[in-house]
Write a protein that binds this ligand. Sequence first.
Ligand code: HC0
Ligand code: SF4
Length: 585
Amino acid sequence: ENFAWFNGQKVSFQEGQTILQVAKDAGVFIPTLCAFMPLNHTPGTCRMCLVEVFDEGEETGHVVTACTTPIKAGQRIFTRNERVRKMQQLQMKLLFADHEQDCKSCARHGNCELQDVALFIGMTHTPTPNTFVANRVFDDSSAGIVRDVNKCIRCGRCVEVCRQVQGIGALTIDNFGTMAGVAMTGAKRWADSAKCVQCGQCTLVCPTGALSEKDETDRVLNMIDDPETVTIFQLAPAVRVTLGEEFGMTPGENVEPLIVYALKHIGVDYVMDTNFAADVTIMEEGTELLERLKARKEDHEVALPMFTSCCPGWVNYVEKHAPMVMEYLSTTRSPQAIFGALAKALLPQKLNVSRDKLRVISVMPCTAKKGEALRPTLAREAGPDVDAVLTVRELAKLLRRCGMHLKNCKPMARDEHLFTDYTGAGAIFGTTGGVMEAAVRTAYALTHDGQSMKPMVFEPTRGLEGVKEATVDLGELGEIRVAVVHGLARTQALLDKMSRGEVIYDFVEVMACPGGCISGGGTPRKKNNYQPFSRVRQEAIYKIDEECAIRESHKNPEVTALYAETLGAPGSHLAHDLLHCEYRS
Ligand code: HC0
Ligand code: SF4
């Protein structure tokens, strides 16, 4: 066994590990800003992980970056002696010299990794404030994400996640010296990027305020405070199992009843639920799938496999990177969009307010939903169906701005039969595999004389495996092959396999973010970590499903009433008008 010493403490290690890896395994703290272990990203640029190393038998030490230096047997390593601290502090002064220090107005105020590391290494003052902040780019041209290069420390984590996890490569570090910073590949402004799909995964790993969601809390506060308008919030499936983390609660805790209380308390008129609309989505998408399968059986030419289209990052990906998939997308709108359309069409009468006084505000774990709400194909002449989209992080901010802390809220039940009833099937949309499982439950019942699938839980598409496959028995329509994939690099690999004919499917669920919406680009950021809570958030979603008395979308009483009273049958003319759309641009 190999040994080395950290600050006098003996530690064993394996050949080939870096000093940083060994320290991490042994619980020895070394601050870093650029190194990002979940992606094996160690560019060695921030130089915060400096350590002094004495090789075996040597009297003089040398200072190295822990993230890039392989450890050797017998080394004595010091992580926080005076020489190391002085050098770290010098390095940090240089970082701060070209970092805009307007911390009070920064998107990461109170949650900044740069501030953390400055504390860890003992910075007490900054002698060269803002010396070289040279008017770098501030870019809020895109729908969902803001880039402030004045806050960029060039760690390259965002570049890496976009390249490695999403396989997109929309980001790069360009320019020189103090002008260097995060930039778009092949475009000057974010809005002009031919590559970015707005998934927001880059915002999850940025250690500073350089990349963030576009903040719409002010707009939404204006809507809430306007006595003339009626504000309606819809909560996406994943919001209730992620928001608690922003308030220091246990990851995975279902805070839905606290959100209802908090929102009503700050003056929101109605708290409704995207889960309800997810059940409607299943009615339409399930019917659409069965229709395509039937048509194929009758030898008509038909677009199969069908791909889900509720994830806007995925739809953007199809438009920008995989246009040949376009005609295979389900035409059913996403639950967010279905909610908006139904709300603007039906609530004026139900609530006795005119359409132009209604404001539909979505809370989504997603940055791409902001752009989805702006799609021209989802708006009517009378204006948008969804007026504003807040990420989970913005909802936390909105509540803080109103002096609300989730821990001080009392649980409040949601209203009934007001776009609020949902089944377990609608709830599981928030995780990878959920849309598929929900669709399978309903498709099975529709092809088995209304009999429920047994067991109700469809194990093959659960969990966090990168690609999940299964066969489903659809009675007269035969067995179909389904697949679930999440993360866009993996999705592209699967598309490649499909086009080579190595795998054949009938129905494919794609979520752009690894894990699905529970780990969306608008969820709480975890410092120096990447999606550590996907599993607990997913389990929380499954628990909601388990606790729902009704677990199949077609049995949702509010949904069946909606069809009976208003829409007619799934796929009807009115249903098409309100609940479907063409993505072809
Ligand atoms: Fe999702 Fe959705 S499940 S995309 O992940 O389908 O954002 O949570 O709101 O619309 O319902 C996100 C989450 C949604 C939609 C739903 C779908
Ligand atoms: Fe890449 Fe997604 Fe960030 Fe766009 S939003 S730059 S696609 S990680």
